[in-house]
Design a protein around this ligand. Structure first.
Ligand SMILES: Cc1ncc(COP(=O)(O)O)c(C=O)c1O
Length: 358
């Protein structure tokens, strides 16, 4: 007897390359998933606790408090704000709402590891355009790949895993030349760490380009990835479309309460950004001293070039010492490490372990 028969698209869907876990007795330094090293601040914990006793009730399907706070902060109408179970959920829903066999999707590569899922799950054709030699999106090459069949272009800015960011002017010019029926998702999961712009600057682009959707998350600087909350700002039609293809209660009550509180504490966001940038400068210069150049990071992680050193041996050697980072190969480019910036202590443990491994 044969087993269950699954649909034919399943085989094409990549398995998410989760960070490996290694057996290690001592302290584990988690620098593999671009998280923040800080737990939620007390008011956010208070907001989560405040919702615990009414968990017998479904979450608000309209996510109205959270959407209102995002809308107020972003100075856009609430109708243009979609909230998801992490920004990943919005991405996958966008794939379902926009793509189908015969349609095309354009994105840079290496980029966020979920992007290939959108094509695989829908049967659309993925067009992956190589980053340039310095790890930046090649917008000109991407524009060349846009055809009458293109429904969606993904731009990850700053890009995961290469950490680089484009100037908004370049994205603006790219959008100006694109046919209006093509949706563009500007994935800004790391926007707060990007010193080339203020997070508010890309909102101005939305006003100019009605086919643009900004994708943001509470997983990174807000430190709530364990609860799952992300959002999109774009045309109302986009929100209505992604809401149609998802279950109504996908964003749980604790995530809504936590994110709605977290967004009110921009002083905390600023503090975290400042500390991350201090660590970014520290780690990058220490790596450069060791002959390990990294790209110009505008994110909370470094994309480190290993030259002809053995990537697997370095990742395994670090893991044996309790330091978990990501191997470049798993993310689309061999001979690289992606290392999240942690606290000073965590970063120095990483550097000390690296010295031993090298
Ligand atoms: C570029 C990018 N976009 C989106 C996400 C998804 O974040 P979440 O689903 O936690 O909001 C990530 C997470 O690592 C990311 O790196």
């Amino acid at each position: 007897m044969t087993g269950i028969e699954f649909n034919r698209r399943l085989e094409a869907i990549p398995v998410y390359p989760a960070a490996e876990s290694y057996a290690h007795d001592g302290e584990i330094v988690m620098l593999a998933s671009n998280e923040t090293p800080w737990g939620p601040p007390p008011p956010v914990i208070g907001a989560i606790q405040g919702r615990l006793e009414t968990l017998n009730r479904y979450p608000d399907p309209d996510k109205s408090v959270l959407r209102r706070r995002i809308a107020e902060r972003s100075e856009v109408p609430m109708s243009q704000v979609a909230v998801g179970n992490g920004s990943c959920e919005i991405l996958l829903a966008a794939g379902e709402a926009l793509l189908e066999p015969g349609a095309e999707l354009v994105y840079a590569w290496p980029s966020f590891s979920m992007y290939p899922h959108l094509a695989a799950q829908s049967g659309a054709r993925a067009v992956a355009v190589a980053l340039d030699a310095d790890g930046y999106h090649d917008l000109e090459a991407m524009a060349h790949e846009v055809t009458a069949a293109t429904r969606l272009v993904l731009i990850c800015n700053p890009n995961n895993p290469s950490a680089t960011a484009l100037e908004l002017d370049a994205i603006d010019a790219f959008l100006a030349d694109l046919p209006r029926h093509v949706a563009v998702i500007l994935d800004e999961a790391y926007v707060e760490f990007n010193l080339l712009q203020d997070p508010g600057d890309s909102l101005d682009l939305c006003k100019k380009h009605p086919n643009l959707v900004l994708l943001r998350t509470f997983s990174k600087v807000y430190g709530l990835c364990g609860l799952r909350a992300g959002y999109a700002i774009g045309p109302e039609a986009f929100r209505l479309a992604v809401d149609r293809v998802r279950q109504p209660f996908s964003v749980n009550a604790l995530a809504q309460a936590a994110a709605a509180e977290a967004i009110r504490h921009q002083d905390e966001v600023e503090r975290r950004v400042e500390q991350t940038i201090v660590e970014r400068v520290h780690v990058e210069s220490e790596l450069a001293d060791r002959g390990l150049p990294s790209t110009d990071s505008e994110a909370n992680f470094a994309w480190v070039s290993l030259g002809d050193r053995d990537e697997d041996a370095i990742v395994a050697g670090l893991a044996e010492r309790g330091v978990i980072v990501r191997a470049g190969r798993a993310l689309g480019e061999e001979g690289r490490l992606r290392v999240t910036f942690g606290t000073r202590r965590e970063n120095d443990l990483f550097l000390a372990a690296l010295d031993q491994v090298l």
